[in-house]
Write a protein that binds this ligand. Structure first.
Ligand code: ABT
Ligand code: MG
Length: 175
């Protein structure tokens, strides 16, 4: 007898916040890059650990060397700015680890976990404050909005490299 085919569960149904009914909880994906300085300094595990512990779900991850062509596409919005050539040199200088994180308000949560762009201005306890000093060695990248994430993720991952799954801990992290 053929088993009944169950529709796939909707992992994060968009919903309103129980405590703030006017606020909609939006499930997002964000692109994270553990930059060359962080890889060279042996901070891959430390940085992944912080995002993982926060509760965001890792749905894609790989190590790679970013080509100049890919760097130019990723940082196209900064073309022409004085720091652009150094930025391209930096991001292509050595291997990086790229990941896609998923969860309610994942973009904002990841950015707050990373801290301000300039490590000197980043709040203590954030990645950039705890490990960084200068903006040109700020350890980690995270998409800065939903449109940016939608643009950046396909630059680094094919759709079949991004996994859909649930963790047994999800009900203890997501209400
Ligand atoms: P990214 O996550 O790398 O995009 O950094 P963030 O979004 O926090 O900051 P933005 B404004 O996007 O900067 C992109 C990279 O350019 C570098 N930068 C930026 C400078 O070196 N000097 C500057 O004055 C500014 C504004 C920092 C960012 N990444 N790096 N390296
Ligand atoms: Mg940015």
């Amino acid at each position: 007898m053929a088993a009944a085919v169950k529709p796939p569960p909707q992992m994060f149904p968009d919903r309103t916040d129980r405590h703030f009914p006017c606020r909609r909880i939006v499930v997002e994906r964000t692109l994270i890059i553990i930059k060359p300085d962080a890889v060279q300094r042996g901070l891959i595990g430390e940085i992944i650990r912080r995002f993982e512990r926060r509760g965001l779900r890792i749905v894609a991850m790989k190590m790679m060397r970013i080509s100049p062509e890919l760097a130019e596409r990723h940082y196209a919005v900064h073309k022409g700015k004085p720091f652009y050539p150094g930025l391209i040199r930096y991001i292509t200088s050595a291997p990086v680890v790229v990941m896609v994180l998923e969860g309610p308000r994942a973009i904002e949560i990841a950015r707050r976990t990373m801290g301000a762009t300039h490590p000197a201005e980043a709040a203590p306890g954030t990645i950039r404050a705890d490990f960084g000093v200068e903006v040109g060695r700020n350890l980690v990248h995270g998409s800065d909005g939903p449109e940016t994430a939608a643009f950046e993720i396909p630059l680094f991952f094919n759709e079949d490299e991004i996994l859909s799954y649930e963790r047994v801990t999800d009900p203890w992290i997501f209400e």
